[in-house]
Design a protein around this ligand. Structure first.
Ligand code: AMP
Ligand code: MG
Length: 473
């Protein structure tokens, strides 16, 4: 199977990554293949050889452990790098675009430090599913091609089973990849890495156009984080080694979608000070971009760095507001829309209402169906009535039916919420993969009601809310 991949990053040489033979997992079993992704990238034919895929995902092969460092929870850690994953190579699709294949859970590497080089089943299931969900919502993200379980026990807080995924992404180059060379004073390599990125991700730009590289990182990161905020996605571990240079969501840990609209929600149990809580994501994005800009200060002067970073806030605010307007069915963008949408969010927060389902409920009001049960408080409360009146005024020139239909087309019924993932993981550990397959399918087409959906369109009951996960994965 590796024969089908090209080796572009490998050509950069030993300063950038170490060749490593993967360590095979015991009794690796392919549990799910992402045929939709395989189809989209023209990989289906090679995946027909399921034995070869199973062998590769089990760790019979070799790849590259990439070097990087990064700021973790605000503190620089010079010793990171791929400790449990290997870049297998790049797949060229029919349009000539390259896609990295990365085996996560491949065994120990020179960068494993005290780790065992493995990924556990529950985290692999979560990563396998979230890439599809974000992609279906139009949020740039890595995706997972296949999910494999094994019989190899690994120790976390309790004993668990090791697993693997093959991650597909446009890049595995992180902000931390540049920090690595900056702090090691390896400026020649820093420049080579930047040149590699320009050639691969900005093919129409001239070599040496480092300003455009930083501009791209700034704009794409702003768009990505704005989209997270629009859909209530909390990444949870926004360390600079988990930030892709092209602004794709990646390296998932204890992520969560908001259930109730709770801006101060912290999905990561290890994040004791809430550095990466939902409301902080936009400002952490800028903090991380500053860390990247600092590493690029070898290639660009202060004015150039500043001029790129200056674009962040405006881009994020614009993308965020257009996203919220789309979800609310508001056409165009008026000055007062910020206040109107913020008042909506305040209402949701004040009445502990489900964030994502609230937009579906609002569309039903436009259809004349009225408020669904859990949202009737909006019809009964004074602030709810005033808001609705202002909202109707804002959209008075739009057709209510058409507006409601457009809202349903961008407001998901299905998201991999923490309680759904828990249910799916528990069933799969008992050998029942049907819920996993159904959740995967539901989040891949999240806007229309599906048959036999195991109640994946439901918000959590009160005792299922607020699951906080640990970082250990
Ligand atoms: P992550 O939390 O997955 O972003 O990982 C942070 C760093 O720890 C990266 O350098 C990983 O390669 C490394 N790491 C995480 N888990 C393990 C593990 N089980 N074995 C070896 N290295 C790991
Ligand atoms: Mg990471």
């Amino acid at each position: 199977m590796l024969d089908h991949l090209q080796q572009h990053f490998a050509n950069l040489g030993n300063e950038f990554a170490r060749p490593v033979k993967a360590a095979p997992l015991k009794e690796g079993q392919l549990r799910h293949v992402n045929w939709r992704l395989a189809e989209a990238l023209g990989m289906s034919a090679i995946l027909e050889d399921q034995t070869a895929l199973q062998q590769l995902a089990s760790g019979h092969g070799q790849g590259l452990a990439m070097k990087y460092s990064g700021h973790q929870f605000g503190v620089f850690n010079p010793q990171l790098g791929d400790g449990r994953g290997l870049l297998l190579g790049e797949w060229k699709d029919s349009r000539g675009e390259l896609w990295d294949w990365h085996l996560k859970g491949a065994g120990r590497t020179p960068f494993s430090r005290f780790g065992d080089g493995r990924a556990v089943w529950r985290s692999s299931v979560r990563e396998h599913i979230i890439g599809e969900s974000l992609n279906a919502l139009g949020i740039a993200s890595s995706r997972s091609l296949c999910l494999l379980s094994s019989n190899e026990e690994v120790m976390r807080e309790t004993p668990e089973y090791a697993a693997s995924i093959i991650r597909i992404a446009k890049t595995h180059i992180r902000f931390g990849s540049f920090e690595e060379f900056f702090y090691q004073r390896k400026y020649q390599q820093l420049r080579e890495l930047a040149d590699y990125c320009i050639e691969r991700y900005l093919p129409h730009n001239s070599p040496g156009d480092y300003q455009s590289l930083l501009d791209m990182a700034v704009i794409n990161t702003a768009d990505m984080i704005a989209a997270w905020q629009v859909y209530g996605f909390n990444h949870g571990v926004m360390n600079t080694d988990n930030m892709s240079i092209i602004g794709e969501t990646f390296d998932f840990g204890p992520y969560a979608f908001l259930d109730d609209y709770e801006p101060e929600f912290i999905c990561n149990h290890s994040d004791t000070h809430g550095r990466y809580r939902f409301s902080q994501q936009p400002s952490i994005g800028l903090w991380n971009l500053n860390a990247l800009a600092h590493a690029l200060s070898i290639l660009l002067d202060q004015d150039q760095l500043k001029s790129s970073l200056m674009n962040y806030q405006k881009q994020l605010a614009n993308t965020y507001q257009s996203g919220l307007n789309r979800r609310l069915g508001i056409q165009g963008l008026n000055e007062d829309d910020v206040a109107l949408s913020q008042r909506w969010l305040s209402l949701l927060a004040a009445h502990n209402l489900d964030y994502n389902l609230s937009f579906r409920a609002l569309a039903d009001v436009l259809r004349g169906i009225g408020w669904q049960d859990s949202f009737t408080v909006l019809a009964d409360s004074e602030d709810g009535k005033i808001w609705l009146c202002d909202y109707h005024t804002r959209i008075e020139n739009q057709s209510p039916e058409q507006t409601a239909a457009q809202m349903d087309d961008c407001n998901p019924l299905y998201l991999p919420r923490s309680h759904h993932l828990q249910q799916v993981i528990e069933a799969s550990m008992q050998g029942d993969d049907l819920p996993l397959e159904r959740l995967f399918d539901c989040v891949s087409s999240p806007f229309a009601k599906q048959q036999n959906d195991y109640g994946f369109d439901l918000a959590p009951a009160s005792d299922e809310k607020g699951i906080c996960l640990s970082c250990s994965s």
